[in-house]
Design a binder for this molecule. Structure first.
Ligand code: NA7
Length: 543
């Protein structure tokens, strides 16, 4: 690695989703020489990669957009929960409006990033391109950039097509008349299933754990709807910053056990009718911390769902009498008629707990009970959340240590943004931050503002080198574990717990409150960025 006198950029951001785009806008306006790179051809982050039929966001408008007035004022959505194509168009609008294109290099995958200690610089190797050097490296990859595909014997012999939902071909796949096998029933599996059921000759869902899905209650939006609502946007955006998960409201202060059964059920019913994720984030105070309170929520959910399924065997598989895990400790998905598709002749459900997959054959998936014929296999099997994309960037810090070595015994990060031994690097929406528990745009803006303020502070103090102190990283990592232990999340084998990836350490990978997190970050800044060391590099010529 060569020493150079000054870097090409003050900061390189990796990722053109909400976090990366917001950082680019903020840092450019703060006078930094900044570049954004992304492997995808277009901005949008997960909305570039997740273009399977039915892919749509599960946070309603205007929760799921930037609070930047010049961006929201002229923009009109067509639905309360927009789909991937409209979200992609929104990102084009954002980049046009904020004039970000000159600072963006799309179609550029980072193959590796290495830190040069003497100069305090990062050197990036972009796929098929020239090396790029930067003072600060800001990965903003989102929590779901590395798809997980289970190792199923025989897949190499399969003679049909197969893909992961997050690697759906950009040109699309015609599902008409196909024999579709869909493995996984998380948020992505539910959305694919609802579309495939309309078009496929046959659709077989392979379910390991039933999803506890909530009614979306989609609604069309017109320009008039927007004009009526937009007066309230500034207050709405301010409000979402104050809540525990970056939504427009948060859990009640009252316990589910302190109210009468009638009051409890009335609140459940109200949330149910209003739809979206509210049954998850606007429920009683102790739904996610107390088993008894949680059981009330589960029982309400189960009875609502079972009322929609005529076949008792099917009802027991999709909405079991006993909860498969505490309600809400796996991310609930939003559904639009999901439970009704199973009444169709072309749709079948395989319960993998009773009837596991043994292998893939050339034209079928083989289970212990027999063969399910298929010509298209969809893996809706989730992600190596939090760490997968970062590890794939081949990041090496001080002493040539790789991020995967640093995390071999589990994820560690100070404030969910910095890893000791990887100086001048901060990630947005990273592990041990509230990312997976919070509304994306709220989190992107909160962390983006904080990162920008930190970089301005470094610049104004003449510091060109920072690192997280090991004890601060230890303290943060332990605090996330302790915060998690006060909840029911450890009771589920979820991606929140790292439990979906073979060999991954079981630990809560996200800090469970965005508002508490934001308050801590503000205090860290007030304390002159406590927990970080800040200095000039040994090789001052490079400053
Ligand atoms: P998720 O939510 O991680 O769902 C993955 C699904 O795949 C889930 O039903 C898993 O079952 C299933 N899965 C994973 N591995 C296997 C194997 N080996 N065999 C069978 N089934 C398997 O991913 P999504 O893409 O749906 O959603 C990700 C996030 O995006 C979501 O949380 C929202 O925030 C948006 P399991 O439950 O582990 O038994």
């Amino acid at each position: 690695m060569t020493t150079q006198t000054s870097p090409d950029y003050d900061a390189v951001i990796v990722g053109a989703g909400f976090s990366g785009i917001y950082l680019l806008h903020k840092l450019r306006d703060a006078g930094f020489n900044v570049l954004l790179v992304d492997a995808a051809a277009d901005p949008g982050g997960i909305w570039h990669w997740n273009c399977y039929p039915g892919a749509r966001v599960d946070s309603q408008i205007p929760l799921y957009e930037f609070s930047i007035p010049e961006v929201w004022r002229p923009w009109t959505w067509s639905e309360r929960f927009p789909g991937w194509a409209e979200l992609r168009a929104y990102f084009l609008h954002v980049c046009d409006t904020l004039n970000l294109w000159p600072l963006m290099r799309m179609g550029s995958r980072v193959e590796s990033a290495g830190f040069e200690p003497g100069a305090g610089l990062w050197h990036l190797q972009l796929e098929g391109g020239q090396p790029v050097s930067t003072r600060f490296l800001l990965p903003a990859l989102g929590f779901a950039s590395k798809p997980f595909i289970p190792d199923i014997p025989g897949i190499e012999d399969f003679e049909g097509e197969w893909c992961h939902t997050a690697r759906w071909p950009q040109e699309g796949i015609d599902l008409d008349g196909r024999k579709v096998a869909l493995i996984g029933t998380g948020a992505s599996g539910v959305q694919v299933a609802q579309e495939a059921a309309k078009r496929a000759e046959s659709l077989t869902l392979f379910q390991r754990t039933p999803i506890l899905a909530l009614p979306m209650r989609q609604e069309p939006l017109t320009r008039e709807d927007h004009e009526r609502e937009k007066d309230g946007y500034p207050a709405y955006f301010e409000q979402r910053r104050q809540t525990s998960a970056g939504f427009e409201c948060q859990s009640l202060e009252v316990s589910a056990l302190e109210v009468s059964e009638e009051e409890r059920n009335a609140h459940f019913e109200d949330l149910w009718q209003r739809g979206g994720l509210r049954f998850w984030y606007h429920n009683f105070a102790d739904i996610l911390t107390n088993r008894e309170a949680n059981r009330h929520a589960y029982d309400f959910w189960r009875d609502k769902v079972r009322a929609r399924i005529a076949d008792p065997d099917l009802a027991e598989k999709l909405a079991p009498s006993e909860p498969p895990h505490p309600f809400g400790t796996k991310r609930p998905s939003l559904e639009q008629g999901y439970y009704e598709i199973f009444a169709q002749d072309n749709v079948a459900l395989v319960d993998l707990k009773a009837n596991p997959i043994t292998r893939v054959a050339p034209h079928a998936i083989t289970t212990e009970d027999g063969e399910v014929e298929c010509d298209f296999i969809v893996f809706a099997t989730g992600f190596d959340a939090g760490r997968g994309g970062l590890i794939d960037m081949n990041i090496t810090g001080r002493g040539g240590q790789s991020l995967s070595q640093a995390w071999q015994h589990g994820l560690r990060a100070y404030l969910g943004m910095a890893v000791s031994g990887f100086p001048n690097m901060l990630f947005a929406y990273g592990p041990l931050s509230p990312s997976g528990f919070s509304n994306g745009p709220t989190s992107a803006e909160m962390q983006g503002d904080w990162i920008c303020d930190f970089m301005v502070w470094l610049r104004s103090n003449g510091f060109f080198l920072f690192d997280a102190q090991p004890q601060a990283e230890d303290g943060w990592t332990e605090m996330v574990a302790q915060a998690g232990a006060m909840t029911l999340f450890p009771e589920a084998d979820s991606w929140y717990m790292g439990a979906n990836i073979p060999g991954k350490k079981r630990q809560l990978i996200n800090f469970p409150s965005m508002s508490a997190y934001a308050a801590i970050c503000v205090q860290v800044a007030r304390d002159a960025y406590r927990g970080f060391t800040a200095s000039t590099p040994a090789n001052k010529d490079c400053v």
